[in-house]
Design a protein around this ligand. Structure first.
Ligand code: MOS
Length: 742
């Protein structure tokens, strides 16, 4: 009946500002911890101050006697859980600590939970809990324990991928490098720390909790508490950042829910900043070895990427750094291998550009060294090894405008004027100047989502899906897509999301949320319009009666596809049909055949300029130019912000972020923003983002890839390479510090 091809109207492609921006900056937006239901209690957990051993005695008398304290939970009196926190019965199930034993597996692990009438009383009483430990020396970092080869990487990805004859590739090489890099542990430090307000009503559980997987996590909570998923309501209207850690259920949240059930009152728990360092995931440290060889012309004969990642003693999240070498460069032979080492730390988890961020840092620096060894400019080297089909599988790319990214980024940056040798450039103040570049790459996955769209009698539209907005403006971009699906201007759309009462919006992760939830919203809008079209075409009183070539939706009107002079407004059609709203539904997911036919990635090229004081070696990044191709860009302003945010994280990775352990206790010594450095405005200058349009009919019907994570990749290497170009010193450990250049 009406068109089935993808319709974009006047909304997608516009740089609309965030629809929830005013609510955010005026404080009207209610984040999880802003909820204060009647009778609310406050919970604060007591963190372990050793990393390995057991609690042999816990003195809770003073805490219990503190005014306002209602209960102190320990492994001895903690109520039973229906589900085993050491089991992994569902996707994204991480083993977690819910006071199930006296054993200490990492510093900052919860060892008791204090619940009180006020947050002050709970905080003070938590300090009064005195643990007595039997401590063992912690195993930490890359040298923590014997490395092992895991059965698989994260999310079922293979731990090893090999194609071609790697040994032959090494043997045939005329130029070769063998390099080892280290990347540090980084902790998700969303502005909003993890928070939850748990309210029980019989066996109905309502949670105000920031979530990247709003509908899916109902089942997880239901598992732990022995209730059906339908009994769990999750309200997550606003997130102050997620970065992957809010896709995972954590132990402190489960403790708050347990306490609420036991005490028959709502309970709120919000992590203190230092408690973000342990129980809620992190990016695991890695050591990566790259052995690369080329022929006389600089064409790769072998690319051999081995990664060793630090994981916990009780779960298996393996930072898949060697994945970064899959899918990008042409080479005769490739091997990508992941090893792991156990340490007395909290389990790592997905953190913005998981695997690829750390892997790209090493790969792009190694490529720079390889280019130099082969006597080639780093960009020329990458062009010589440009893959026109996915290495190993031979699958065509669904789209790959990487050449265009290289060209436009290089042009904007002025790369052609770069002298090849290091230490050639200074500025007018005598600072050493260096230029470096790196390729950016990230997968373009899709998950599954559903949505509902309603055309109301007043000509407005309602669109609904349980999508999450981590703060980046996802809801705005999604509303734009939804408006186009319904053929309405954005201001006529009411957008409902962020609650598990709505159709499943899928996981906000993997840079796939806009494509997935957007696809479902668009389909739902088209379905509603199709139903409206059926009504009009069958109605003898409509100008569209008998319009058998179908109808087209535009600006709240339906037009006959073959005759633009025949049209009628949504309001008129619905009114004559009796005034009932017209509803459509839609879903989105990628058919497995589509994923088999094409390799799907976003690509980019990042160029960095650093200036370094020749006496003090203070490092400043003075310019960062990133050109990215990520399919159709729905909102250029928001996409540019996302890409900038990623590049800033890349800068942070290159120069600032690192969690450091005390070797004796295993505690993280810099678990706050005084010691755990992230860039401030003064660290970020000269950011320039270019988006390169791609028409991609394969990735999904809307042609959307993702922009959330790719900005980190490429950037770290570009900065590392620029530092070499300025100084002549190769630093192979991140973050790069002044001391590394002395
Ligand atoms: Mo992201 S680490 O896929 O939330």
């Amino acid at each position: 009946m009406s068109e089935t091809s993808i319709r974009f109207g006047s909304n997608a492609g516009q740089s609309v500002t965030r629809r929830d921006g005013i609510a955010k900056v005026t404080g009207a937006a209610t984040f999880a911890a802003d909820n204060h239901p009647e009778g609310l209690l406050h919970a604060v957990y007591v963190p372990a101050t050793i990393a390995r051993g057991r609690v042999i005695r816990l003195d809770t008398g003073a805490a219990k006697a503190h005014p306002g304290v209602v209960e102190v939970f320990t492994p001895e009196n903690r109520p039973a859980l229906a589900g085993d926190p050491d089991a992994k019965p569902f996707l994204f199930a991480f083993r977690t600590e819910v006071l199930q034993s006296a054993e200490i597996r990492y510093a900052n692990q919860p060892i008791a939970l204090v619940v009180a009438e006020t947050v002050e009383a709970a905080t003070e009483a938590a300090r009064l809990v005195v643990p007595h430990y039997e401590a063992l020396p912690p195993r930490l970092g890359l040298d923590g324990d014997a490395p092992y080869k895991p059965e698989s990487g994260n999310f079922g990805r293979p731990a090893e991928t090999v194609f071609g004859d790697v040994a032959a590739g090494h043997a045939a090489a005329r130029h070769a490098v063998d390099l080892t890099y280290e990347t540090p542990a980084q902790y998700h430090n969303a502005m909003e720390t993890h928070a939850i307000v748990a309210t029980w009503d019989g066996d109905q559980l309502a949670l105000d909790v920031p979530s990247q997987a709003i509908v899916m996590s109902r089942g997880a909570y239901g598992y732990y508490f022995g209730i059906p998923a339908e009994n769990v309501t999750i309200r997550s209207p606003y997130l102050g950042g997620g970065f992957g850690s809010k896709a995972v259920i954590n132990g402190p949240a489960l403790l708050a829910i347990l306490a609420a059930r036991a005490l028959r009152r709502p309970v709120k728990l919000m992590l203190r900043r230092e408690q973000m360092f342990g129980p809620v995931g992190h990016r695991g440290a890695t050591r990566q070895r790259l052995r690369i060889g080329t022929d006389d012309d600089g064409r790769m004969t072998a690319l051999d990427h081995e990664s060793l990642a630090v994981t916990s003693t009780f779960d298996d999240f393996i930072e898949g750094a060697a994945d970064a070498s899959l899918g990008l460069y042409a080479t005769e032979a490739l091997r990508s291998t992941q090893y792991a080492v156990r340490a007395d730390i909290g389990t790592p988890g997905p953190m913005r550009a998981p695997g690829i961020a750390s892997g790209s840092a090493a790969l792009e620096c190694a490529l720079d060294e390889m280019a130099e060894a082969a006597g080639l400019d780093p960009l020329e080297f990458r062009l010589r090894n440009y893959a026109d089909a996915e290495p190993g599988t031979g699958r065509p790319y669904s789209s790959k405008a990487l050449r265009e990214c290289y060209r436009r980024g290089a042009e904007r940056f002025g790369w052609a004027n770069r002298p090849r040798a290091p230490r050639q450039m200074t500025d007018d103040r005598g600072l050493l100047v260096g230029w470096g570049m790196g390729t950016a790459l990230f997968h373009a996955p899709m998950f599954a989502a559903e949505a509902r769209a309603t055309l109301r009698p007043d000509g407005t539209g309602l669109v609904e899906t349980a999508a999450a907005d981590m703060g980046q403006g996802a809801w705005t971009a999604l509303a734009q897509i939804a408006a186009d699906g319904l053929g309405l201007p954005l201001e006529k759309i009411e957008f409902r999301a962020g609650s598990s009462d709505l159709p499943d919006g899928g996981i906000a992760g993997g840079s796939g949320h806009t494509a997935t939830a957007g696809g479902a919203l668009h389909a739902a809008g088209c379905d509603a319009v199709r139903r409206l079209g059926e009504i009009a075409v069958a109605d003898p009183a409509s100008p569209l009666f008998g319009a058998n070539a179908g109808v087209v939706a535009r600006d709240g009107r339906l037009f006959a596809r073959d005759d633009d002079s025949r049209s009628e407004s949504y309001v008129e059609i619905i009114a004559r049909a009796g005034g009932a709203a017209v509803q459509g539904t839609g879903s989105a997911a990628r058919p497995p055949e589509a994923a088999e036919r094409h390799a799907m990635y976003s690509h980019g090229a990042v160029f960095a300029e650093v200036k370094i004081d020749p006496a003090l070696f203070q490092i400043r990044v003075t310019r960062l130019v990133g050109a990215f191709a990520a399919g159709r860009i729905i909102n250029p302003r928001l996409a540019t912000s996302q890409l900038m945010g990623g590049m800033i994280w890349g800068l942070s990775f290159a120069l600032h972020e690192e969690a450091r352990h005390d070797r004796r206790t295993g505690r993280i010594v810099n678990a706050d923003f005084a010691g755990y450095h992230i860039p401030v405005n003064a660290d970020v200058a000269g950011l320039d983002v270019i988006t390169v349009h791609e028409d991609d009919p394969h990735v999904n019907p809307l042609g959307i890839k993702g922009v959330g994570e790719i900005g980190i990749t490429g950037t770290v290497g570009a900065i590392g390479n620029a530092i070499w170009h300025a100084t002549g010193t190769r630093v192979r450990r991140f973050p790069i510090r002044i001391a590394d250049l002395l």
